[in-house]
Design a protein around this ligand. Structure first.
Ligand code: ADP
Ligand code: MG
Length: 610
């Protein structure tokens, strides 16, 4: 018998592979736009004809390609973005598999014109399948101009499966949105033939969202509320829509490291935050951008897939939920201190399974087990009261805003009772020199003193960094810091960042530095061990000097200078901590994503006395 195994010719292999990467015109648009972004273009034009069926053209002003690279780029697994498997795990470019161009060329007729800045002439290549029909030098603009014609001309089965032009156009728009919404710094335009569909100038993130969805014309500029959260696990920023703008079909976008993703579990975190604020069946708009260490997500997903796996999904869920809740609370839409809402658990409770609610009348919210003791340590009344009056004002403001609208979203009466905070002047009590206890409406609150202080200090350092002006507390006698060469080198890489968080440090001869000032959060005598500790972290690469060093310094400093567990706190110190904590935007989680407080529910306590 003769052997029966054949190697498939390249053209067939490419066509098969193309089936995975290129499903429809929208996939071509996505791949080409991503290439332009990876090529650092600042202006990208997308031109379509007949919903992309006859022409998809992308013109960029990016870095272009040399003649050899232009030819190479159509070879399978030809990519300039990774060299070995390790690179896969630290990737931040869009493409990396080197599959897009050969796949596109396998199922369409492609013409490319490209020129690098340093070349006087560019190159023109015409290619279809694996065959190059033409290659010549041409005069052209810097950048790349690629035209994909007659998509699937050689795959009739695929061609038949394409939907109507308007459906394909809708898919293209979706891909287009997913890309332009992460690159407000790039100017984009979208044409259907000569018809300009969208023209997006360079702008801010918020500006971009408003332009894309034409919010200004719809008089909806006010609807976007900023969301943000910083923790060691994940940084989140973005915008969520006011509940009154919720619609049946909403614009909901998650992005991770500048890439669109679908994440039903995280979607739920946002939706739960809106619970009771919107009618069932309605959806809020959201645009939430995650920044995570690429190592903590699964990057090896297929390029056309949008699902992404994270480590620590549960912790991230809580962070998203808290951040959105926080925003809605801050803008007086939902109470951020509503300790008494079943189902809207702002604060992780110990007994979350509990469903038996004691009759409301049997519970006296004024009751405070610590109220009668140590009356000389009464906390200042002023701020507490202000907090409540502000809240009352906002409650009332909510009412007309919602009732004027035909979408009455909230039962105003029940909302009022839900919003109301417990107006007692609470005494604080330290438990085991580690936790601060107090009575709240729904039970007994326990606050981890170290984590709370860690959050407060971290936020302060971050604020200094953001404001870029920090006042250091000048010391009377500068301390001299003598370092070994390693430490000294580490110091040189972070000295500017240290000065930004409030130190005033200057080089003072070889391997020696003088500390002229320290941040007010740091005790004067303790700066040397603190700095030595930071330098050790840089040397051991616990602090990655290539990434947001300032945030990492803020984290270290805050963690080290925060009050520790086991440390006694005076009544005044507890009061201060309590107040400062609730001034923090995110008072639920420490910067490393751990819970700061928990509530032991009334019913749990009452059950113990049955
Ligand atoms: P990948 O993007 O995964 O590397 P592609 O097949 O999409 O693979 O592109 C192959 C290579 O061609 C890229 O790595 C890049 O070097 C080059 N390239 C593609 N498009 C452009 C462009 N618009 N400008 C400059 N270089 C490009
Ligand atoms: Mg690519």
């Amino acid at each position: 018998m003769t052997d029966i195994i054949n190697l498939l010719p390249d053209s067939v292999a490419n066509q098969i592979a193309a089936g995975e990467v290129i499903q429809r015109p929208a996939s071509v648009v996505k791949e080409l736009m991503e290439n332009s972004i990876d090529a650092l273009a600042t202006k990208i034009q997308v031109i379509l004809k007949d919903g992309g069926n006859t022409l998809i053209q992308v013109i960029d002003n990016g870095k272009g390609m040399s003649e050899t690279d232009a030819r190479m780029s159509f070879e399978r697994h030809a990519t300039s973005k990774i060299k070995d498997a390790d690179d896969l795990f630290s990737l931040r470019t869009m493409g990396f598999r080197g599959e897009a161009l050969p796949s596109i060329a396998a199922v369409a007729q492609v013409e490319i014109k490209t020129r690098r800045e340093e070349d006087s002439l560019g190159v023109f290549i015409e290619i279809a399948g694996t065959r190059v029909f033409k290659q010549e030098t041409v005069m052209c603009e810097k950048g790349t101009n690629i035209a994909v014609k007659s998509l699937f001309f050689n795959v009739p089965a695929r061609r038949r499966f394409l939907k109507s032009q308007s459906t394909e156009m809708m898919h293209i728009r979706n891909e287009f949105y997913r890309i332009v919404l992460v690159h407000p710094e790039i100017e984009f335009s979208l044409f259907d033939g000569k018809n300009e569909l969208l023209q997006l100038p360079e702008t801010t993130l918020k500006g971009r969202i408003e332009h894309v969805f034409d919010l200004a014309r719809k008089k909806m500029e006010q609807q976007l509320l900023p969301v943000s959260a910083n923790s060691q696990l994940i940084d989140i920023k973005g915008f969520v829509g006011r509940p009154e703008f919720a619609q049946k079909s909403a614009n909901q976008y998650f992005f991770v490291n500048n890439r669109y993703m679908r994440h039903p579990y995280f979607h739920k975190a946002v939706m739960v935050a809106y619970e009771k604020l919107i009618k069932p069946g309605e959806n809020p708009n959201y645009f939430i951008y995650f920044d995570v260490d690429p190592h903590s997500i699964d990057v090896n997903v297929h390029p056309s897939k949008t699902e992404i796996k994270f480590e620590n999904e549960q912790a991230i869920w809580s962070i998203i939920h808290a951040a959105v809740r926080e925003t809605l609370g801050k803008f007086q839409i939902a109470p951020s201190l509503d300790f008494d809402q079943e189902g809207n658990v702002d604060i992780p409770v110990l007994d979350s399974k509990s469903v038996i609610l004691p009759p409301k009348t049997s519970f006296n919210p004024q009751y405070n087990p610590f109220g009668s003791s140590s009356s000389q340590h009464k906390r200042p009344d002023l701020d507490w009261e202000k907090l409540y009056t502000d809240f009352d004002k906002d409650k009332n403001r909510l009412k007309p805003a919602f009732t004027n609208d035909e979408n009455v979203i909230i039962e105003t009466d029940s909302t009022q009772t839900e919003i109301s905070l417990e107006p007692t002047k609470t005494e604080l009590f330290q438990f085991k020199s580690s936790y601060i206890c107090t009575s709240v409406k729904s039970g007994m609150m326990l606050i981890d003193q170290h984590r709370a202080h860690f959050r407060i200090l971290f936020d302060r350092f971050i604020k200094k960094i953001e404001n870029k002006k920090s006042f250091s507390q000048q010391v009377l006698f500068p301390e001299i810091l003598e370092l070994d060469p390693n430490e000294s080198e580490a110091m040189n890489t972070i000295i500017d960042d240290l000065n930004l968080v409030g130190f005033d440090i200057e080089p003072f001869g070889k391997n020696t530095f003088s500390i002229n000032g320290v941040p007010s959060e740091v005790g004067v005598g303790s700066s040397i061990p603190l700095i030595k500790d930071l330098l050790a972290s840089v040397i051991q690469s616990e602090i990655d000097v290539k990434k947001k060093v300032q945030t990492q310094i803020a984290l270290h400093l805050a963690r080290q200078t925060a009050i520790q567990s086991g440390q006694f706190m005076s009544q005044n110190e507890m009061n201060q901590l309590f107040e400062d904590l609730f001034q923090c935007e995110n008072h639920l989680y420490s910067p490393d994503g751990k819970i700061i407080m928990t509530v032991i529910r009334n019913e749990e306590i009452e059950r113990k006395f049955r």
